[in-house]
Structure formats: structure tokens, C-alpha cells
Design a protein around this ligand. Sequence first.
Ligand code: ATP
Ligand code: HSE
Length: 320
Amino acid sequence: MAVYTDVAEGELGAFLKHYPVGDLLSYKGIAEGTENSNFLLHTSSGSYILTLYEKRVEKADLPFFLGLMGHLAYKGVSCPLPVTAHDGSVIGTLAGRPAVIITFLEGLSLRRPTATHCAEVGKALAQLHLAGADFSMTRPNALAIDGWRKLWDAARDRADEVEPGLAAEVDADFADFERNWPKDLPQGIIHADLFPDNVFFLGEKLSGLIDFYFACDDLYAYDVATCLNAWCFEKDFSFNLTKGKALLAGYQSVRPLSDQEKAALPMLARGSALRFMLTRLYDWLTVPDGGLVMKRDPTEYIRRMRFHRAIKSPSEYGLA
Ligand SMILES: Nc1ncnc2c1ncn2[C@@H]1O[C@H](COP(=O)(O)OP(=O)(O)OP(=O)(O)O)[C@@H](O)[C@H]1O
Ligand SMILES: N[C@@H](CCO)C(=O)O
């Protein structure tokens, strides 16, 4: 569950007086999500999401995340818009936590996306990349190779408990990535966590993107690779070529990939799979069971790493 901090009705009502959102009618905690405490608010002017930022989000990064949402929304990307308080501030304090109100997006996230949904996601990702190009703030990717290394140093000794041979396998990957990771590809603002739980649909139409709390500056093609990992594998870990084709065609209908970006996809997809394997592995090994952070299975991403390692040509992802 993702309500780590309780909020009393009286203090919430008083907090909302600072925002142009009308009077509180009702509110409830939202179970989905892992990082922060989220509440759905109904007020006399509509619905909103209240987020209390817990310790895994750096407070110093909030102006970047919230400024980015405002910028993208202004550019026509459907994403939540932070609500500005009467005194001009966006970040308040509630129950001792940094707290923000954002607009509510209609739609549902999907458990079983189809190729049509994948095409929509590809298109939306490319639109996000273009829309972010003139955003004035920057944020280095805390989960680029140096960040992976820190996670790996903390988890390596117990990695073989999760999958025998994993320590040696990942050590070899690190050696490869530290020598050969592509650097000269187009880069800018990326979402960095555009998984199905962060994309809303109304039927087959994409209605919005949420959860910009990993957004940063990095390679655009790395974000594409993350989406291939998150959207195009089936439950049995097979890659669905039809979905890959659809996602890549959707992306390229808005922002064509260069030949260099295409050639780098297998390594980027392998790196992205390692990144999600590592955050999952770290939580798996360090967070107590029954604790507050929902643990996700790292082995799903070990399977993806192996798939990408065996790729001979980027056409195997469905590139035309
Ligand atoms: N603007 C919004 N409109 C409607 N629902 C929202 C909005 N923002 C968040 N939600 C709901 O709250 C849930 C949690 O949000 P979010 O993914 O941002 O949380 P999180 O704790 O950062 O989780 P994680 O990082 O694991 O994805 C979402 O799954 C969605 O149900
Ligand atoms: N999308 C991440 C969770 C945190 O955003 C994962 O599936 O591991």
C-alpha cells in the first residue's frame, strides 16, 4: 500500500484553504504506488490528487519534477498540473511532509496492454521528448551507471541467493557497460519510468502520463528501451514482436530514431533491464517483509537482461 502518512480531516481542510480548490467534500488514501503517500480528494470544484513526499524523493528535486509537469502540460502533453497556492507557492507542508496538490487525470492504467496501446505509448513518449526539449531545468539521472554501481555494491554479496550465478553475470555486464555505454546520442528530458502503471487510457486512447519522479536528462533512446522492457514482454518473458513494432512505429511517427540510436538499442535495453533489476534486487534484499515498500520481483528483469544479451540486430525489436 502507499499511504505511509495519515492525514486528519481537520488538518487537510485547513491546508486546502491555501489553494484555489474549493471546500473539501471527501478524501481517501490510494493503495497503488510505492514511493509516496497519495490521496484522492473531492472538493466543491472537482477531483485532485494530494501527494505527500516520503523519504525516497529528494525535496531538492521537487521544483524540477513539478516544474516539468507544468511545462509539459503547457506544451500539450496530458499530465497532471500542480496547483499553485494563493501565495504563489506549489510545495506546501502537511503532516510534516512536503505536500503538493495536482490535477486529477481521467483514465485507467492497464494490466494487459495490446499492440494498439503500445503504439499510443510510443507516440506519447516521443511527444514528451519533443515537449521537454526547451524545459529550462536539468537533473542528472541518479540511476545512470554510477547509481547502478552503488546499488550493486550493496546487493552483490547476496545476489546469488536470488539467482545462482547472478553476481558473475552482472559483474560482466558492468565491465561491458563501463567501457561501451553510448554517450554521443541525442539526449534531453526523459520520463525514465514509463511503465503501464504510469500511463492512463480511456478505451484505446491514451489519456495521460503520471509519476514524473524519476524524470531526468538522459538519452532519448534509453527511454525508448525502458518502454520496450516495460510494455512489450509477456508474462512468460517472451518478447512480443508485434508490440515492439507498434511501440517503435508509434515513437518514430513523431520522432524518428537515428541509425546510431537504433544500433544502440540492444545495449540500452540491456542497461535499462539491469537498472530495474537492481532497484528491485536492492529492495528484495534490504527491505523487511511486510514493510512499507512494495517489493517487485527482480528475476523478471534478469530474464530481460538475458534476452537483450542474445540480440544480434535491433531489427529483432521490430524496427523497420
Ligand atoms: N494525476 C492523477 N490523476 C489520477 N490518479 C492519479 C494521479 N496521480 C496519481 N494517481 C493515482 O495514484 C497512484 C499512485 O501514483 P504514483 O504512481 O505517482 O505514486 P508513486 O508512489 O510515485 O508510485 P510508483 O513510483 O510506484 O509508480 C496511481 O497509480 C494512480 O492510481
Ligand atoms: N517501475 C518500477 C517501479 C518504481 O517506479 C519497477 O517496475 O521496478
